[in-house]
Design a protein around this ligand. Structure first.
Ligand SMILES: [Zn+2]
Length: 495
């Protein structure tokens, strides 16, 4: 028998509708065995932890982020705080590395609102390869050296997404598949260093109260690196669809792995981003003839889902524009229930109607986009009023889970929760209890697991202790006192 620990004198928000708020919980081994009032009087031999009025919520579950890029970009130049064109260029000029890689810039935050060109990059760093990636992760700019090094200077046609001028020479702008191609060519750190970077990332996630995360577009190397890490954070993996044939050969099945690291699904890209004007819309972008780029058809998707389903895997499809979501909804009804929609950003009324009738498995959304994409009306026009309808989708009976899409947005769930409930920002705000549910219980369900995200007898003892009650105070002002996974304090301290 395991020893019982009782956490008491706390405000505990359980996400169990039959028992929503209690002041104590009891843990034995790795499970919650009880949630109720003053359990210290019931379990007399238990170890008692008096939390002095602190708040407990289920462990946060981030259903969509990118661990590989969080780890690798630790070695890159952080451009997310850059506020002008000149500042960006001088940061690149100062770089000491042999490959100059920067990530996270947004020209929308620049005073000048202009994007650097290949020529601008060539001028400040002529000798070394340079790549800067937009905050959305879907568009990048490369200098001439980099284009030469990766073979795109002479053969821009070898991959889709390399913008060329009238002489068929790359302009430096690379999008989607081409960007992916280039990122793969950037030398990876040695294995030991990669593992160290990944461990750092996983520990940072724990410190923010995350207990389970899903890493999207994973590759075999990332999966190997994750196996070498030693932190208790639970990781679920969605392999990039380009490894589907390999996975079929290896007969890797959904739920392959263990409680700590497990394979859950396949990730497919259906379109791009609003910011990069590559999300597939049903109407034109403001001031342009373009409707963005649809990168998948329902037929191709059916084929992928068929294969994945045989392995017991979910298929997560990146779909931002309404045209992409509509295309997904053309998939056969019997296969739709195996599809997760990632982002599901633009949902005019007819799409919402269809979504509520033709049920997908679930939808993973990013509340912080409400704040970051305030410029959306300037890019997609009037239809921006149909963006980020999380609450309506949820009320229509869809399984909605929150995520950060980090490194696109910060992975701190308290920051993202605040964005979800904020009066500011575009799209719909969500009441705090629903928002918390989308970040905990629904996160577990959308990963096809049923034993997390609720503080209730029989569930895994994964929870977070906060110094403030986020139902009364701004989530961003709360701090994580401790993160507990399967009954063990894995971050912080409880006395
Ligand atoms: Zn993503």
């Amino acid at each position: 028998m395991c020893k019982i620990t009782v956490y008491t004198n706390a405000e505990i928000f359980t996400q169990d509708p039959l028992n929503p708020k209690v002041n104590s919980l009891a843990v034995a081994c790795n499970e919650i065995i009880d949630a109720g009032e003053s359990l210290e009087n019931k379990y007399l031999d238990a170890k008692i932890i008096d939390l002095n009025g602190a708040t407990i919520i289920p462990g946060f579950i981030d259903s969509h982020l990118h661990l590989k890029w969080l780890a690798l970009q630790k070695q890159w130049i952080n451009l997310s705080n850059v506020r002008s064109f000149d500042e960006l260029l001088s940061k690149l000029k100062e770089a000491k590395t042999t490959w100059v890689i920067g990530r996270g810039f947004s020209e929308k935050l620049f005073r000048e609102e202009k994007i650097p060109t290949r020529h601008d990059l060539d001028e400040v760093v002529p000798e070394k390869p340079v790549l800067i990636v937009r905050i959305c992760g879907h568009v990048g700019i490369a200098n001439t050296q980099l284009l030469k090094k990766v073979g795109l200077w002479d053969n821009p046609e070898i991959v889709e997404g390399v913008e060329v001028d009238s002489n068929n020479k790359p302009t430096g702008v690379i999008k989607e598949k081409a960007l992916e191609y280039v990122l793969e060519k950037i030398p990876k750190p040695p294995l030991k260093q990669y593992v160290k970077l990944m461990n750092e990332v996983l520990n940072e996630l724990l410190s923010k109260g995350l207990t389970t995360v899903a890493s999207m577009n994973a590759d075999p190397l990332e999966f190997y690196i994750l196996q070498c890490t030693n932190t208790p954070l639970k990781v679920r993996v969605f392999f990039d669809v380009k490894y589907l044939e390999l996975i079929l050969k290896l007969m890797i099945k959904g739920h392959f792995g263990n409680e700590k690291l497990r394979v859950t699904g396949i990730k497919v890209i259906g379109d791009g981003s609003f910011g990069g004007r590559t999300a597939a819309l049903r109407h034109n972008y403001v001031g342009s003839e373009s409707r963005g780029e649809l990168l998948i058809t329902s037929g191709v998707l059916e084929n992928i889902v068929n294969k994945a389903r045989k392995l017991g895997m979910l298929v997560a499809v990146h779909a931002i524009g309404d045209r992409t979501i509509e295309e997904i909804l053309n998939v056969k009804e019997s296969l739709l229930s195996n599809i997760r929609i990632e982002h599901c950003s633009l949902t005019p009324p007819d799409i919402i109607e269809k979504l509520s009738k033709r049920k997908v498995f679930g939808v993973s959304v990013q509340p912080r986009f409400r704040i970051s994409d305030k410029w959306l009306p300037n890019v997609i026009g009037e239809n921006s009023k149909y963006a980020y309808m999380f609450y309506t989708l949820s009320k229509k009976g869809m399984l909605i889970s929150f995520s950060s899409d980090a490194p696109v947005e910060p992975f701190d769930p308290l920051i993202n929760l605040e964005a979800a409930i904020s009066d500011e920002g575009i799209g719909e705000k969500v009441p705090i209890n629903d928002a918390l549910k989308m970040y905990t219980k629904n996160g577990s369900l959308i990963l096809n697991e049923k034993d997390k995200g609720v503080i209730k007898k029989g569930y895994k003892a994964d929870f977070v202790i906060l110094n403030k009650n986020i139902f009364k105070e701004k989530p961003s002002e709360a701090k994580v006192i401790a993160t507990v996974i399967e009954g063990k304090v894995v971050y912080g301290k409880v006395s």
